[in-house]
Design a protein around this ligand. Structure first.
Ligand code: GDP
Ligand code: MG
Length: 448
C-alpha cells in the first residue's frame, strides 16, 4: 500500500542529518510508485512529485523534525493543498432557494446523495426539496421518491414514477428541473437538490442535457459526484464534466470501499475544484463533510503521526533545541539547569505521555510511558529547585547528605531524590543522542 511504501522509504531516511539530493530523489521515486498504485492519475502524480521534490530540496531544516518527518510533513501539506485546503461548505444563495444540482456518471451515487444531502440539510433546519430530473433511467423517479421518503424530505416529480425496470419515465428533464425550482419557491423550500441523469460513459447528449439544466436553473452549486473506485478514468471523466457543466464542488462516493483516495487527488488536482463531501455507504447517514487534512492522512495512512509532528513543531522551542545541540557539540555537560529547561519544553508539548503513546514504535517504551505521570514533573521541579546553584551545574557532588537535605527541602523521600538522580543520568545520555540525531526523543525515525 501507499502507506507501507512511504513508511519503508522513510525508514531509509532515518538517522540522516539533512536531506541530500539523492535522498530526495529516492524518496520521490517511491512516492511516485506508491501514488500510481493508489490509482492517482499519471499526470497528477508527475506534477505532485515534482512539487514535493522542489519543496523537499528547498526545505529549511526544522529543529523538531528529522528528515523523514520533514518529508511526511511536506507530502501531507501538498496533499491537503491539492484536496482544497480547508473544508469547503455549501454556498447558500442570498435569496432562497439555494439550488444544488448533481451531475455525474450513472451509478456514481447521485440519487443516493440527493437523499443523504437532503436529510443532512433538514437536520440543520433547512427545508430541502428533491427534484427528479433524471428521466433517462428506468425507475429513476421511483428511486428518488423512495430515497426522499426515507430521508423525510419532499420530492418533486410531476411525472409518476414507473414501477417497471423497462418503463422509462417521459417528460422533459430541463422543464422538470425548472418547475422544481418554481415549486420550491412557491412552497417555501430554501434548498433545491436536482437529481440528474447519467450515462455509463461520458456522451455528448447527456452532457448537453446537464448543461441545459444548469442554464435553466442557475444553480448555486453544481456537485460532481464521482465513484472513488473509478481509478485512472477519474481524470477524463472529471475534465469532461468540468467542461460540460462547470461544477463547483466534488463529492466522492463509495469511499467505504477500498479506494485509497487516488480519485480524490486526481479530480481535485486536474480541475482545481474542492472535494466537499464524502459518501461512505449505502445508508442515508453514510455521508460526511470532506476534510482534506483527514484524506491526506488517509492517503498517507500515517495516522496520528502527522498531528504529532505539528504539535512537536509548534511547541519545541527552536532556540532551546539549538542551544542544546551546540552545548553537546561543544562537549559540555548536561546539567540540572538544562534538565529544568527540558522539563519546560516537555510541559509545552502538552501531554507527553499521550503523545508518545500514539506513535508507532512506542511499543518498546510503552511500559515506561504507562508510568509517566505529569504531576511527576512538578515533583521533579521541586527537587531541582531545592538544589544549590552549584549542585545543579555539578551534579556529581550530590552525595548522600546533600540528597537528604534536598529531600527535606522539597518534601519528598530520599529514595525519590535517588530516582531523579538516576533519571537525570539517563536524560544526559538521551541528550547526547539528540545532539547527534537532531530529533525529539522518541520520535519515529529518530537516530539512536
Ligand atoms: P446514480 O446513478 O448516480 O444516481 O447512483 P445511485 O445513487 O443510484 O447509486 C448507485 C449504486 O451505488 C446504488 O446501489 C447505491 O446504493 C450505491 N451507492 C451510492 N453511494 C454509495 C456509497 O457511498 N457507498 C456504497 N457502498 N454504495 C453506494
Ligand atoms: Mg440516479
Amino acid at each position: 500500500s501507499l502507506s507501507d511504501r512511504l513508511t519503508a522509504t522513510f525508514k531509509n531516511l532515518r538517522g540522516k542529518g539533512r536531506l541530500s539530493e539523492a535522498d530526495v530523489d529516492a524518496t520521490v521515486r517511491e512516492i511516485r510508485r506508491a501514488l500510481l498504485d493508489a490509482d492517482v492519475a499519471v499526470p497528477v502524480v508527475r506534477e505532485f512529485t515534482a512539487s514535493i521534490r522542489e519543496r523537499a530540496l528547498g526545505a529549511e531544516v526544522a529543529a523538531a523534525l528529522n528528515p523523514a518527518q520533514q518529508i511526511v510533513k511536506i507530502v501531507n501539506e501538498e496533499l491537503k493543498d491539492i484536496l482544497g485546503g480547508a473544508t469547503r461548505r455549501i454556498r447558500f444563495a442570498k435569496n432562497p432557494p439555494t439550488v444544488i444540482m448533481l451531475a455525474g456518471l450513472q451509478g456514481a451515487g447521485k440519487t443516493t446523495l440527493a437523499g443523504k444531502l437532503g436529510k443532512w440539510l433538514a437536520a440543520q433546519g433547512h427545508k430541502p426539496l428533491l427534484v427528479a430530473a433524471d428521466l433517462q433511467r428506468p425507475n429513476a423517479v421511483t428511486q428518488l421518491q423512495i430515497v426522499g421518503q426515507r430521508a423525510g424530505v419532499k420530492v418533486y416529480a410531476p411525472h409518476p414514477g414507473t414501477t417497471s425496470e423497462t418503463d422509462v419515465p417521459t417528460g422533459n428533464p430541463v422543464q422538470v428541473a425548472r418547475d422544481g425550482v418554481t415549486e420550491a419557491r412557491n412552497k417555501l423550500h430554501d434548498v433545491v437538490i436536482i437529481d440528474t441523469a447519467g450515462r455509463l460513459g461520458v456522451d455528448a447528449e447527456m452532457m448537453q442535457q446537464a448543461a441545459d439544466i444548469r442554464t435553466a436553473t442557475r444553480p448555486d452549486e453544481v456537485l460532481f459526484v464521482i465513484d472513488a473506485m473509478i481509478g485512472q478514468d477519474a481524470v477524463n471523466t472529471a475534465l469532461a464534466f468540468q467542461e460540460g457543466v462547470a461544477f463547483t464542488g466534488v463529492v466522492l462516493s463509495k469511499l467505504d470501499g477500498d479506494a485509497r483516495g487516488g480519485a480524490a487527488l486526481s479530480v481535485a488536482s486536474v480541475t482545481g475544484q474542492p472535494v466537499m463531501f464524502a459518501s461512505t455507504g449505502e445508508g442515508l447517514d453514510d455521508f460526511e463533510l470532506f476534510h482534506p487534512d483527514r484524506m491526506a492522512g488517509r492517503i498517507l495512512d500515517m495516522g496520528d503521526v502527522l498531528s504529532l509532528i505539528e504539535q512537536a513543531e509548534r511547541s519545541w522551542d527552536k532556540a532551546e533545541a539549538d542551544r542544546m545541540a551546540k552545548k553537546f557539540a561543544d562537549q559540555e555537560d548536561f546539567t540540572f539547569e538544562d534538565f529544568l529547561a527540558q522539563m519546560q519544553q516537555i510541559r509545552k508539548m502538552g501531554s507527553m505521555k499521550k503523545m508518545l503513546m500514539m506513535m508507532p514504535g512506542a511499543a518498546g517504551i510503552r511500559e515506561q510511558l504507562e508510568n509517566f505521570d505529569e504531576r511527576e514533573i512538578d515533583r521533579v521541579e521541586a527537587i531541582v529547585r531545592s538544589m544549590t546553584p552549584h549542585e545543579r551545574v555539578a551534579p556529581k557532588i550530590i552525595n548522600g547528605s546533600r540528597r537528604a537535605r534536598i529531600a527535606r527541602g522539597s518534601g519528598v523521600t530520599v529514595s525519590e531524590v535517588n530516582q531523579l538522580m538516576e533519571r537525570f543520568t539517563q536524560a544526559q545520555k538521551m541528550m547526547k543522542q539528540m545532539a547527534r540525531g537532531g530529533g525529539v526523543p522518541g520520535m519515529p525515525g529518530m537516530a539512536g
